[in-house]
Design a protein around this ligand. Structure first.
Ligand code: ZN
Length: 133
């Protein structure tokens, strides 16, 4: 996920955004938005948004299709923990002790171990789409 996503500047002055489904450029205030549960979404600064993804769409029909996609996606707790760990590792020093990692992610050590195990299991099954834990 690009942190440095470039904003298209077609509409001068007013902020624009993209539809998550069709990538249409539209004025930010005309976009429709909704939060959906998504275990791959860890918020960089606000823990209380963890597991929630903000969808942006060009209109209700596309928002509904996006909602439907996320409704079918399984919510895997370990995936969310892994996302939080990934964020900390991407932002901070490259090597951390388990205690430091626990401190920075707000996770308990057993959760970190489960998240790492989940990620390793997933790596070993690259061809399977979203394996169940
Ligand atoms: Zn759209």
């Amino acid at each position: 996920m690009g942190r440095r996503r470039k904003r298209p500047r077609r509409l001068k002055g007013s902020p624009v955004t993209l539809c998550d489904l069709c990538a249409m450029v539209l004025p930010a205030d005309e976009a429709v938005r909704a939060y959906v549960p998504d275990s791959s979404a860890a918020h960089p600064t606000h823990d209380w948004f963890d597991g929630l993804r903000l969808l942006t769409a060009c209109g209700e029909p596309h928002l509904e299709r996006l909602r439907e996609e996320y409704r079918r996606r399984p919510f895997v707790q370990e995936e969310l923990w892994a996302a939080k760990i990934g964020q900390v590792l991407a932002d901070g020093p490259p090597s951390l002790t388990l205690v430091q990692l626990a401190c920075l992610t707000g996770l308990h050590e057993p959760e970190i171990r489960r998240a790492v195990a989940w990620r390793n299991r997933r790596r070993q099954e690259p061809r399977r789409e979203r394996p169940e834990p």
